[in-house]
Design a binder for this molecule. Structure first.
Ligand code: PLP
Length: 405
């Protein structure tokens, strides 16, 4: 059928957002869809396949039964904000004001986006360590910031001080830090944080620090928030959430802790983006954040075992592994593998390998290029996650045994 004729002139215009067209769909989430399609063992996306703590689930059920079913206060239910204050004080020794310094959001993903939109102006730059959690790229584009990338290099994923100093300048509005780090497992040490602090103070920049893996630490590593480094309290925006610590990635509860003036702007952006996170789940969050220290000790101990299990499987299968000190991912090098690459048209070798692995071996991982600005930089790396139960490891082990160097 032909289009109805009108006398309206055809207006030539770009019909889609130039910003949205600059980035692709999430590679990590795409790998999960591929895993489902090929019935592969999914070691790509970082969501636990074991249950959340019973008492936390029970608290959510109770909150619905108690009719906590309407909008919470847009910047977060009072009980949850109070619990965040208490936990931050207990773990990091910092007292914050629940009325002026916290915004509860739909996951730390939204907390990061709302924070960026609250501080970025045209012409602003942000410094991002790479490899980086893939959301930070689109976060920069959508908020209008120009990213300046600084490499973390194996084996211990340190940065070069000269390189980092050169990335800062008069336009640097913020640096994005993620410690414990996804995908490398790096935990930033005090000396590294102090060097970053000096640059932030020199150039009057914020540090936005994503601390979502704060409790998942190994080999005696300690988590230190940038907010605790002398002089940084007023320059730090802490991003955190329930997803990883309580194994509830689908609940979508996170928060930003920021100085009052910044929080005022974050709250406005957050309100008009989402109004608020799910009210009953915020109520359950208030209980979760009061779990005893033994909960966090057991969480770290359990992940230490899972780390050992996956390290063993990957090393036995021929991967070169980078042992993480925190979070629940293992970055690997795939240079030693040979496979029929001609079947997998893709620009970089890591993507060809990841497709081969999911289709032929039946295991899903994340191609390294999705963590770099220049895909070639990740072409010899892929990432696996170990937030999985034993059956999943056993299935992955059996399948990876078919992989040859
Ligand atoms: C570093 C990092 N930040 C944030 C997120 C997302 O967190 P949330 O579920 O709270 O949005 C993830 C999830 O994998 C992550 O790895």
């Amino acid at each position: 059928m032909s289009a109805p004729e009108t006398n309206m002139p055809h207006v030539a215009r770009r019909m889609l957002s130039a910003k949205a067209e600059q980035f692709t769909e999430s590679v990590i989430r795409e790998m999960t869809r591929l895993a489902l399609r090929h019935k592969a063992v999914n070691l790509s996306q970082g969501f636990p396949d074991f249950p959340a703590p019973n008492e936390v689930k029970e608290a959510a059920r109770q909150a619905i039964a108690d009719d906590i079913n309407q909008y919470a206060i847009t910047w977060g239910a009072k009980a949850l904000r109070d619990a965040i204050v208490e936990k931050f004080r207990a773990t990091q020794g910092i007292t914050i004001d629940p009325e002026r310094e916290i915004t509860v959001c739909c996951g730390s993903t939204e907390a990061m986006m709302s924070s960026m939109m609250a501080i970025i102006n045209p012409g602003d730059e942000i410094v991002v360590f790479e490899p980086f959690y893939e959301n930070y790229g689109p976060d920069a584009i959508l908020s209008g910031a120009t990213p300046r990338f600084v490499k973390l290099r194996p084996l211990d994923w340190t940065y070069e001080e000269r390189e980092l100093a050169a990335a800062f300048g008069p336009h640097t509005k913020a640096i994005i830090l993620n410690t414990p780090n996804n995908p490398t497992g790096k935990v930033f040490a005090r000396g590294e944080l102090e060097f970053i602090r000096d640059l932030c103070l020199r150039w009057n920049s914020y540090c936005i620090t994503d601390e979502i893996y704060e409790h998942i630490l190994y080999d005696g590593a300690e988590h230190l928030t940038m907010a605790r480094i002398d002089g940084m309290r007023d320059h730090t925006i802490v991003i955190n959430g329930m997803s990883k610590t309580y194994s509830v990635t689908g609940w979508r509860v996170g928060w930003a802790i920021a100085p009052a003036q910044v929080t005022q702007e974050i709250r406005k952006v957050h309100d008009f983006l989402t109004v608020g996170a799910a009210a009953p789940l915020q109520q359950a969050g208030a209980l979760a954040l009061k779990l005893p220290q033994t909960y966090y000790d057991n969480l770290a101990a359990s992940y230490a075992q899972k780390r050992a299990r996956l390290l063993h499987i990957l090393e036995s299968s021929g991967f070169t592994v980078y042992k993480p000190r925190g979070a629940y991912y293992i970055m690997t090098d795939i240079s030693r593998f040979h496979f029929d690459e001609s079947k997998y048209p893709a620009e970089t070798r890591d993507v060809r390998f990841a497709k081969y692995l999911v289709e032929h071996i039946g295991v899903a991982c994340v191609p390294g290029s999705s963590f770099y600005n220049d895909p070639q930089d990740g072409a010899s790396q892929v990432r696996f996650t170990f937030c999985k139960k034993e059956e999943t490891f056993a299935a992955a082990e059996a399948r990876l045994a078919k992989l040859h160097l």
